[in-house]
Design a protein around this ligand. Sequence first.
Ligand code: MN
Ligand code: MN
Length: 462
Amino acid sequence: MKDNIWSKYEDNDLVKLNEICDEYRDFISRSKIEREVVCNSVKMAEACGFINLDKYIKDNEMLKPGDKVYVNNRGKSLALFVIGKKDITEGVNILGAHVDSPRLDLKANPLYEDTDFAYFDTHYYGGIKKYQWVTLPLALHGVVVKKNGDVVNVVIGEEESDPVIGITDLLPHLGREQMKKEATKVVEGEKLDVLIGSMPLVSEEDDKEKDLVKKNILNILKNKYDIEEDDFLSAEIEVVPAGRARDFGLDRSMVMAYGQDDKVCAYTSLRAFLDVLDVDRTTSCILVDKEEIGSVGATGMESSFYENAILEICSLLGHNEVTALSRTLSNSYMLSSDVNAAYDPLYADVMDKRNSSYFNNGVVFCKYTGSGGKYSSNDADAEYVAKLRKIMDENNVFFQISELGKVDAGGGGTIAYILANKNVNVIDCGVGVLSMHAPWEVTSKADIYEAYKCYIAFLKDA
Ligand code: MN
Ligand code: MN
């Protein structure tokens, strides 16, 4: 562990740090799911003059240095580019973060009634400790797409005046058998059903009508959102912790929020990207979906959408030769902006003290992730790490280099290996997190600030 960087800041650092962290807290409070992140990020980009690449393609208009474009992939992942003065085949400086987080998704047929309670049946998404999700105030975020194509945006549980919903737990008095179970079974996946109502519909026709509590809920959904029960068949509704991000600690040195893995890196990457618009090398920011379940699908990093975007851009820059994409990628540098497990003294036994990341020690570089014998890691080149050390030092960025926990304690992955497989230079680089993947995760404001500074330095100097 190095020196605590709070002691190194001057007044002007603290002003900028607080500005960024205040804006981050607001952004993450409004952007809990991938669709909301993409929507709010597009608004930020358009305010900086970014234009949808589709417009260039449709108008058959060529791109030139200084142009700012974005590709919105199904509202769930986003790639942004600033065209540099240098030729694109000399490479792109890429920041890539993911914008999905662990949560509970509603099943396709979610609504049921049992013993005069109405419930939503859920299927958890990503790596969660299921027992953490009971007895919390929860909110609904997402979309219902009706047969005619109308999209109904749903956010319930975030306004002070909104109701919240939640999952019940067994009282300790009757929990003797439950408490003997191993933690993965204390609360099982199929039991993560969300209680949403208890009031029956007042029906004048027939007292013996069944499922009146469920019918009452359907009435409310119909009146407020014009949603019918069948519309859940084509919906993506996510159940997430209700409430805004907060300053954490009596000294306000930290942030507590849902989904900081990986929106803390998504926000700082996007913010840095939008703050560096005069560039020599082309720059890019990727905000991508589905990392928590293996980067799969059309909106995950494994999808072709990013390469396709680069191909379109190459073509609009007059590069129609078959080698344009491969040259661009192999000359590119990427920071896979993702969080790291910060050292937690309460769980010291799974950490290697000399190779952990620490709160208030700056942005974290992780040469390789993976598990066991470095399986599934991209293992960045020493040459690339050296280049980045130099850039960080020249720009007074506080950084640390770490591993994720002890060698055989477990492991994890990011999107780093995916573009590394396309021959891009990639290393993981992000913010340390406590209670990662819990409903409320904690980060250090100083580390958030250093991540922002690091991403600025990388975009300018890599
Ligand atoms: Mn992550
Ligand atoms: Mn994760």
